[in-house]
Design a protein. Sequence first.
Length: 215
Amino acid sequence: MKQPTTLVIATRNPGKTSEIRDLLKDAPVIVKDLNDFGPIPEAAEDGDTFDENAYQKSSLTSRVLGLPALADDSGLCVPALDGAPGTRSARYAGENASDADNTEKLLKAMEGTENRQAAFECVISLAVPTGAALTYEARCEGLITQVPAGENGFGYDPVFYYPPLEKTFAELTREEKSRVSHRGKALREFQSEIERVLIWIRQQMPVQEKFACKE
């Protein structure tokens, strides 16, 4: 019987870890996150794409810990703003900006704009210590509202209106959002391929050399 595979989620967010652990509860994996380890260097996250940033996080974590690591990078892309906030979604209003600060800057930038189209994009990267990685991508399209609505979620959720459910992301329950969100879609795709993913991990992980003891 094969031993469960340890998978490190490159985050200290317990909510994100809990979500992924729940999705993989039937898979032969032991899910850990950065809180289970000592301090490790932080990835620069200075890439031009979500793909680059997700890989920076997963690859660094995997190389430092010697274990397969999963990381995601996501953000809001608004065509009327030439794709902004994009990869700087979490820092749109500055390095230490709050969700409210970022949302306020977005709404001001959108004042008088008729094209309110927007999309949340997510890239998930699974890396092993050798540098190899698998990538999963997903997006969710919607509209930017004139004013915030709803108390749930985080980030730009109060101003991201999802037409099929006629609510903002912040007005959806966690279960509703998980079914339609960019991150939820990417994670479910990853979950659906978990058996093949585990085979890939075993093939890619470096084999530890064994030495005979000599007196």
